[in-house]
Design a protein around this ligand. Structure first.
Ligand code: CXF
Ligand code: ZN
Length: 361
């Protein structure tokens, strides 16, 4: 089958190959034919070493498709089912799953680093984050797929698998923003736009979008931002809207020290700072010991929007069905797998793209 292979971490191009094969389907696994996958910033982060990934590998982690084969012990899915994938396949039997935090289950994520599920000839090829959706097919644990209704377009379903779950989940699961709140969102890519949509759903009174790219300001407003500015303009908006006291909630959706620090600085005393951006392991952020206690802020991380995928995918798609979550509007461009390197280049550039979706026939 066809897949886009990352030969080495550090490569800026993927190699399109026709001779990639998948592992056989194990008793608890399923084979998926990928129908749509988003191009997410974390795919670039896998390529450049910002986030951990093994090479050779197939990246892509925001996908939806159709079940084409199930292992002998799988009772939850059957061939023909339409599914949204998850890069955190819960094992259902670890402390995190038992305490109701399946998004923190590391069992299958760790396994993905030791059990490659693709091959090229005799060479083992890893799937990024336990998936690898830049391929026509993949084999995953059955719990990496959540069944959805057949009438949901695959490109809409794919968006839910990473960006929308991560962004909306950060607002409703992690921060639990309440009606009337003021919400600052730093970074307006696919996840940032999803945070903005989540804040709108939660009834935030003010949603302040920050991005250096001017094109993204109108986009942010289309999805619910009440104000938009460049990083340089943030201090003036803090003064105008909050009397320099800061906002109730501040979301960093970039993941670099400067933006995390800016989220902290622009949250009010007693407010909540949420780090959603996926940063480097060696990027350090400084806080003084005094400000950490004196400002009485909650500083929280949000991984995968605190997802319980069996509950939340359905919930997000219901919000889409009833017109409360705009997913169509998040698709900037449709491309084919053959065009993936152009798509990655476009995402590296400064443009206002929210999501490019790779569709498969
Ligand atoms: C990432 C987090 C690390 C694994 C891949 C997905 N989240 C969002 O893109
Ligand atoms: Zn992602």
């Amino acid at each position: 089958m066809k897949a886009a292979v990352l030969n080495q971490v550090g490569d800026t191009k993927l190699e399109l190959r026709e001779d990639v094969t998948t592992a056989d389907v194990g008793p608890q696994e399923i084979r998926i034919r990928v129908k749509a996958t988003g191009v997410c910033h974390s795919d670039l982060s896998a390529m450049d070493g910002t986030l951990p990934a093994l090479a050779p590998g197939i990246i892509g982690h925001e996908g939806a498709g159709e079940v084409v084969e199930v292992g002998g012990l799988v009772t939850t899915l059957t061939p023909g089912d339409h599914v949204v994938l998850t890069f955190v396949a819960p094992c259902d039997d670890c402390v995190n799953c038992h305490r109701g935090q399946p998004h923190l289950c590391a069992v299958n994520a760790i396994a993905a680093f030791s059990s490659p599920r693709f091959r090229v000839g005799e060479t083992a090829v890893f799937g990024y984050a336990g998936l690898g959706t830049f391929a026509e097919e993949l084999v995953v644990p059955a719990s990496a797929a959540v069944k959805i209704d057949d009438d949901v377009p695959f490109e809409i379903a794919a968006l839910v698998a990473c960006g929308v779950m991560t962004g909306v989940g950060a607002v409703i699961n992690t921060a639990r923003v309440e009606p009337g709140a003021s919400v600052l969102v730093i970074g307006c890519g696919g996840v940032g736009i999803s945070v903005i949509q989540g804040a709108r759903l939660a009834g935030a009174a003010q949603i302040i979008a920050v991005d250096p790219v001017l094109d993204k300001h109108e986009t942010a407003k289309r999805f619910g931002a009440t104000h938009a500015t460049t990083p340089d303009g943030l201090a003036a908006l803090n003064a105008e809207l909050a009397g320099n006291m800061g906002f109730d909630y501040a979301f960093d959706v970039v993941g670099i020290p400067a933006t995390i620090r800016s989220a902290w600085d622009n949250a009010r005393r007693g407010g909540t700072v949420v780090v959603v951006g996926a940063g480097r392991a060696d990027a350090m952020v400084e806080f003084s010991a005094q400000e950490l206690f004196l400002h009485d802020k909650r500083l929280v991380g949000s991984f995968y929007g605190g997802a319980n995928v069996q509950r939340d995918y359905q919930r997000l798609l219901q919000l889409w069905r009833t017109g409360r979550l705009d997913l169509e509007g998040m698709i900037s461009k449709r491309i084919t797998l053959d065009e993936i390197n152009d798509g990655l280049d476009a995402l590296r550039g400064p443009g206002g793209l929210i999501r490019q979706i790779v569709t498969f026939s």
